[in-house]
Write a protein that binds this ligand. Structure first.
Ligand code: SF4
Length: 181
């Protein structure tokens, strides 16, 4: 299959993350919400220029590593650290019906489907059950906003919920000291 990196024309295109899933999961605690980050996020939101620079740093880092498109509501921890917004249809809850039997994307047949990549990465890192979560619809008002700040401010708490009942996201469960499902 072809090279799967960010698309230069701005349209979503499946991306294979540069950073290994296991490394991404291991690094999650570095950005985990805490009172210091919450205060930093609140401070940034009061200062437009500082916020803009902070969001720019986030964009550069995550675009390079995951093909991030700055939707502002980051699903990476629930999707094997594979960005669902690089799906040409921007599906947040699994592949469309057009994915080929060999896992190729319907829109870009030379590339693998983002959700096949997500499944393989999550499964390989022991997080396959994360994909059972239902991701809520994207709030398009959050585009270009910092998902790190949104996460620190608690706006992502219900981003992914268990299909049967509302439960915190798996990584949030671990942060709260709850046992994984
Ligand atoms: S913030 Fe949105 S676009 Fe960026 S990596 Fe996360 S899910 Fe993808």
């Amino acid at each position: 299959m072809g090279e799967q990196r960010a698309c230069g024309d701005g349209r979503p295109r499946p991306v294979v993350p540069r950073l290994e899933a296991r490394v991404s999961y291991a690094l999650h605690p570095v950005l985990a919400a805490n009172s210091l980050y919450r205060r930093l996020g609140a401070w940034l939101e009061r200062r437009r220029l500082a916020y803009r620079w902070f969001a720019r740093v986030e964009r550069v880092a995550k675009e390079r590593l995951y093909g991030c498109r700055m939707c502002g509501q980051c699903a990476l921890p629930d999707t094997g650290y594979t960005c669902p917004m690089t799906c040409p249809k921007q599906l947040r809850n699994g592949p469309c019906g057009g994915v080929a039997a060999d896992g190729r994307c319907e829109v870009h047949p030379e590339l693998a489907c983002v959700w096949v990549i997500a499944f393989e990465r999550a499964q390989g890192a022991g997080h396959g059950s994360d994909l059972d979560l239902l991701q809520r619809p994207v709030d398009h008002r959050e585009w270009d906003r910092s998902s790190w700040v949104n996460y620190w401010q608690g706006r992502d708490d219900g981003l992914g919920t268990a299909p049967s009942k509302d439960e915190p996201r798996p990584l949030l469960r671990r942060e709260l000291g709850l046992r994984p499902r």
